[in-house]
Design a protein around this ligand. Structure first.
Ligand code: NDP
Length: 349
């Protein structure tokens, strides 16, 4: 039962030593199951920037629980129930989505024990796996990407925070990632002019395909020039933060809204933004956001993805052994397998 273990707390950027691919774990797939227990075969697991924040000492508190050293990483995954006790809430063949340990097979006792911190992080979905019917026929991986946590983040934050009005200007950094891809399309659907950035010309071409009116490679082009020409920005989807955030603040419009992420600071000390007075001068509002379950999201988004009304691009790595490389490449924007939502295909369906 191969696993991906959290091996070492990284200082700065994670390295290959942060992880350990363990093939010595075993699981008895034939064991007697009772009290609502079930066994899930994991199909795919997600690799997300926020997981860097979980690679910290347990005593450092944050909104998401720290990974336990020498235990499997945990995160969003999709699997299929391969065995279930007679009184389990799941039946064999059910596809399920939720927080799972990163290993091939997982035994879930009927009453999942969830510590208080994880419960706070997950809210209502703590301890339970959601059955995915997938009548839309999406690839299972979509349910950890565009139809999962990152897509939900974009969908809900856009609805709750953006307060978008037709004709306004939205700026979306890290536009080729799963949150950015969805945010661009939601902003276009609401009639905004969209400016978006990413770290390669190939990614920039994709931002245009998604509908961005202005797309640029922040490594080779001057963001300030772009904002001066195409701004000011009414809605700033801050995926990157740091020094670029400081530049963006100069080009925010009066009463602008900002939605927060801060990937530029996840590996260590964050850049000290020096012009926060812009918030006062321009009456700006920025809000953090953590997505939870949403009926509205599941009722609309998977269908739109399946019918191509919303596009999504994924970046697949095969096998848990590829996860360290995939995670490092995802954080650095250097995905060798293309770009888009990075995930690990653990097994075929
Ligand atoms: P992404 O795939 O967009 O994030 C990784 C990408 O960010 C990299 O591939 C790279 O792409 C870009 N990047 C990394 N470092 C930098 C840097 N220093 N400067 C510029 N770009 C950088 O992931 P997501 O779409 O999943 O997440 C996007 C943001 O949203 C993150 O900040 C994340 O933490 C946040 N988020 C928040 C959630 C919440 O609940 N609040 C939930 C999910 C995500 P490139 O090649 O373009 O540089």
């Amino acid at each position: 039962n191969a696993q991906l273990l959290f091996n070492q707390i990284p200082k700065g950027e994670p390295t290959a030593e942060t992880f350990k691919y363990n093939t010595e774990n075993t699981i008895d797939l034939e064991q007697k199951l009772d009290n609502g227990a079930h066994i899930v075969k994991i199909i795919c697991v997600s690799l997300d920037p926020y997981m860097r924040g979980r690679m910290r000492p347990a005593e450092v508190k944050s909104y998401s629980p720290a990974f336990d050293l020498h235990k499997p990483l945990t995160g969003h995954g999709v699997g299929v129930v391969i065995r279930a006790a007679a009184d389990s809430q799941y039946k064999v063949g059910d596809h399920v989505y939720g927080m799972v340990p990163y290993q091939q097979f997982v035994f879930f006792p009927g009453q999942q024990k969830v510590d208080a911190e994880t419960k706070k992080f997950l809210g209502a979905s703590a301890g339970g796996l959601m059955v995915i019917k997938n009548e839309e026929g999406l690839p299972w991986s979509a349910y950890i990407g565009a139809a999962g946590m990152p897509g939900k983040t974009a969908f809900m934050a856009w609805k709750e925070i953006a307060d978008a009005k037709k004709g306004e200007v939205a700026f979306i950094s890290a536009g080729s990632g799963p949150v950015g891809q969805m945010a661009i399309q939601l902003a276009k659907a609401d009639g905004l002019k969209v400016i978006s950035s990413a770290g390669s010309d190939e990614k920039v071409a994709y931002l245009k395909e998604l509908g961005a009116d202005v797309a640029f490679n922040y490594k080779t082009e001057d963001a300030k020039k772009i904002f001066a020409e195409h701004g000011p920005i009414d809605v700033n989807w801050v995926n990157v933060g740091g020094k670029s955030f400081e530049e963006e603040l100069e080009f925010m419009n009066m009463h602008g809204r900002l939605i927060g992420g801060w990937i530029s600071g996840y590996n260590g000390e964050s850049y000290g933004v020096r012009n926060l007075f812009q918030f006062v001068a321009k009456r700006l509002m920025m809000r953090g956001f953590i997505a939870k379950y949403s009926d509205d999201f599941y009722a609309t988004i998977p269908n739109k993805l399946a019918f191509g009304d919303l596009k999504f691009k994924e970046c697949k790595y095969d096998g848990l052994e590829s996860a360290p490389k995939a995670f490092l490449e995802m954080l650095a924007g250097k995905q060798s397998g293309g770009f888009g939502k990075v995930f690990i295909q653990v097994a075929s369906d």
